[in-house]
Design a binder for this molecule. Sequence first.
Ligand code: ADP
Ligand code: MG
Length: 317
Amino acid sequence: MSGEFDLIRRYFTWPAHNAVLGVGDDAALLQPSPGQQLVVSADMLVAGRHFFADTDPVRLGHKALAVNLSDMAAMGATPRWATLSLALPEVDEDWLCGFSQGFRALAEQHAVSLIGGDTTCGPLNLSIQIMGEVPPSQALRRDGAQAGDDLWVSGTLGDAAFALQSLLGKVRLTPAEASMLCLRLEQPQPRLALGTALRGLASAALDVSDGLAGDLRHLAHRSGLQAVVEVTTVPVSEVVQVLSPHPLYWQCVLAGGDDYELCFTAVPQHREALSALSLQLGLPLTRIGYMQAGNGVQWLEGGQPVDWELQGFDHFA
Ligand code: ADP
Ligand code: MG
């Protein structure tokens, strides 16, 4: 059994390469790169709401950081520092060891230093603050889309939502399919290389965390435009493709959440550059529609407007 400080030392202290002073003092000291803007975001994961309490702790450590890194990717930022605030119902050494391992592996992969946090006793809650950098006026914001811009999305949508349906017993998958989709739910890969590469190419961007329907509405609103989406062009994985007759298909693909792909707009002149970028990154980039005057999201199926009331995830709805 270890106390609070022993626990912080054992599981959440490792060399912070990017910091002047990391874990262990009253506060950390950071030296931002000269001329860069600081980009800051926070995300909280609550047991029973964002994840099942019995989720593999290694994957949970990864995911808690990944969802924060995804916000940096969406801003076109390079992540540099993170803080971790934990409420733990008890000291479970195996859990802490796994969580710390998953968190640290992803942090080191992206050269992000854990520079502090807080540890307290309470219902399981993981709060991370992420800090990164971006050159002035190059951040990818939600409000930059122009009428006539193409609308793009990375990777595939709906995998995580169908993984959740499978865990809830609402869709039947083979063990191989289930584990492939669960990997997408539990170990999302933040699209950081894409985010920085989109500087100067994308006019607006956000990450798809609450489902395309809900998130796209934010981008449209902030840009003062309407997003038009041809639903048959929305990219899905082979596993999800096969599920297309399922009654929850469009709900999962367009409004399921937990995708952590990037959705962005760009002028049509950038189509070739974006195809080349897709090849270079080994990541599908798919044109799913365009922006026009108006508001909200207009869904088209085979060119015909469809009146779908798709809601993104909203904790208070
Ligand atoms: P204080 O009481 O001054 O707020 P704490 O005793 O809470 O400081 O924390 C001691 C040090 O450990 C601080 O540097 C703090 O940032 C760090 N720390 C606490 N919890 C965590 C955690 N879960 N992960 C990383 N660092 C942590
Ligand atoms: Mg103090």
